[in-house]
Design a protein around this ligand. Sequence first.
Ligand code: MN
Length: 242
Amino acid sequence: MHVRHVPSTSTPAPADAVTGSAWVTSLAVPEGASRTRVDRVQFAPGARTRWHRHPLGQVLVVTEGTGYVQRRGGPAQLIRPGDTVRVAAGEWHWHGATDTTSMTHLAIEELPADGTPTELGDPVGEAEATAVPAVTRTLVLEQTLPEPRVFDHFEVRRITIAPHHSPGLHVHNGPVFGSIETGSAVYRIEGEPESVLTPGDVFHEPGSTRIARFDAGEDGVTFLAYFPAGPGETPRLTPLDS
Ligand code: MN
């Protein structure tokens, strides 16, 4: 094992592979029997790869900014931090920033033993880069309830919690779904790891389950919360002594 503490230096991306300005930082190279290569690639606004394909495919993990990925024959798709893209072996595709935002991703690739290189194609046309459909639908949460329930009404509330305020240990009489609009919160179901929710994140507080934390960050937090309720039921939050 070796740990590298010194930040790796970045080099300009090869001009034959990328249009616009991009920088590549090599984080890991094949070693011994391993054929895994990991690069960090930072795309300036407007920068993108040419169309290309990898013999064994590639995994992209977006770490900063907003960009696009597109496979041949499909629509350009917006990608943002936390998104993971699996590119199939031999699939023609491109990735890069939007015209107005930069984007950084990790690129994880297994290099073929026979040395087959990544194959480069044409530059990405402007029409292709902006061919984002007028309507996009992205599944952000699919949640199975512990048991089938009958709901006959929903309440949707916009909830704001002041900076650093915590509602404390509590329980809801039914499930709650929410999506963060602004600010951030530390969220933890009792007995489970905590996570930090930021704008765009969605969450599910299971009904009749002890919620240990929903603590607003330094800018507070505002979220939309959806409370499905059964006949004659009123969504209710019960504070508990910790
Ligand atoms: Mn690629």
